[in-house]
Design a protein around this ligand. Structure first.
Ligand SMILES: *Cc1c(COP(=O)(O)O)cnc(C)c1O
Length: 422
């Protein structure tokens, strides 16, 4: 394809994510977005099946978010959060607390998901230290999990699938185990915790679906088991809702489907409707109270430079307005049904291992993908933007995607996969 001049010259100087720069296919030059569409430099238009790592839950360029960000830009783009406060951040904190429901009511802002998880871990560790418990330096996390790319979070990802096996020797040691998918799993974990809980600060899990670790789904019952085990062994329970938060699984937050609540929850990805970087770590009052003291050493010593960025908070407000004003969750459920129907034909293919759908997440897991770039190219030729990883081809479109666009996406995936073992 034709490469615009800015790309040809700029590619010599940019380092791309998750890519062997020498051999990977060059990225696609995008010049404009609109709704569920990406317009490329050569004029081609692709229907977007990924929603930019599932952040753009209302589609691109939603006028309500654009207007809110423009107004905030004129009033005050950013001020430091140390010693200064502003309405966008404080009103958003109140709004998030109301959405999350009783108990989850203290919002700490950061600017990326990984850092939100780092902060959750730091809160959990210091929660114990502030109470004079010194030996709790580890976390229980799960195979198949993904919590970020920073050093703290790499250590709680799946040690093999988490993309970080190279650094294994340099990462903190945690207990990474199988999710308790059945009663036997719960008993095994109960026994393990009886032995190890006194060295643990908490349990960290992505509720209902482990995203970047392979789009692996589990029953709400698993979360009830984890809540039970956390209570029995006196551990904090942290839900990483960075993937699942804001409607992706069909409810505002995935934990609602299990009827249990975490002690700390992390949010990011769709928080600003895919427009500006923002993340939040929300703690329960029980956690917060362990920091509330006359001793300065009990304070949480953390504060990213762009903490509580006013533009991002304005975007998040506008995104939450849209969840109120438009039937987003019903749309997510309609997307779910259409994904299930549209991807089902893939199941009969010899190279397909599984087809699964949870909320607005559709996954075709293959036995293997020999040529991922080739598969992506064929999908682009079919007019869609879908980015397979590991052994999975997945769709996480905007929650308000038009039914005909979603049909184009699932048809393209089915047709390309039918065309031959990728
Ligand atoms: C994406 C993701 C992260 C990391 O977020 P970044 O903004 O990329 O740092 C952490 N946890 C989960 C569940 C995610 O999906």
């Amino acid at each position: 394809m034709h490469m615009p001049a800015w790309m040809e010259s700029g590619l010599q100087h940019v380092w791309l994510p998750y890519a062997q720069m020498k051999t990977a296919a060059p990225p696609l030059p995008v010049v404009r977005t609109h709704g569920c569409r990406l317009e490329l430099a050569d004029g081609r238009v692709l229907i977007d099946g990924v929603a930019s790592w599932w952040t753009a839950c209302h589609g691109y360029n939603h006028p309500h978010i654009a207007q809110a960000v423009r107004a905030q830009l004129d009033a005050m783009p950013h001020v430091m959060f140390g010693g200064l406060a502003h309405e966008p951040a404080l009103a958003l904190a109140r709004r998030l607390a109301a959405l999350l429901g009783p108990g989850l009511d203290r919002v700490f802002y950061t600017d990326s998901g990984s850092v939100a998880v780092e902060v959750a871990m730091k809160m959990a560790l210091q929660y114990w230290l502030n109470q004079g418990e010194r030996g709790r330096s580890r976390f229980l996390a799960f195979r198949g999990g993904y919590h970020g790319d920073t050093f703290g979070t790499m250590a709680v990802c799946d040690p093999e699938e988490g993309m970080h096996s190279l650094f294994r020797g340099m990462l903190a040691g945690h207990d990474i185990v199988d999710l308790p998918r059945d009663d036997a799993g719960e008993q095994a974990l109960d026994a393990l915790l009886a032995e190890r809980a006194s060295r643990l600060a908490g349990i960290l899990v992505e509720p209902l679906v482990q995203g970047a670790g392979g789009m692996l789904v589990h029953e709400p019952q698993v979360l009830r088991r984890l809540r039970r085990l956390a209570d029995r062994h006196g551990l904090l329970l942290i839900f990483d809702e960075i993937f699942t938060g804001f409607g992706r699984t069909g409810t505002m937050f995935a934990f609602e489907q299990a009827g249990v609540r975490p002690d700390i929850v992390t949010l990011s990805k769709a928080l600003t409707g895919g427009t500006l970087p923002l993340a939040a770590t929300v703690a329960s009052s029980r956690v917060f109270e362990a920091f509330w003291s006359d001793d300065p050493a009990h304070a949480l010593m953390h504060g990213p430079t762009f903490m509580g960025n006013a533009l991002a908070c304005a975007a998040a407000h506008a995104s939450l307005d849209l969840f109120e004003a438009e039937p987003r969750l019903e749309q997510a459920r309609a997307v779910s049904a259409a994904l299930a129907e549209g991807l089902e034909p893939c199941r009969e293919l010899e190279w397909v291992r599984d087809v699964r759908v949870l909320g607005a997440i559709g996954v075709v897991e293959l036995n293997g993908i020999a040529d991922r770039d080739g598969l992506r190219r064929r999908l682009v030729e079919a007019g869609v933007w879908v980015r397979p990883f590991g052994n999975v081809v997945y769709l996480t479109p905007a929650l308000n995607i038009a039914p005909e666009d979603l049909a184009t996406l699932t048809r393209a995936v089915a047709r390309v996969l039918r065309g031959g073992r990728p």
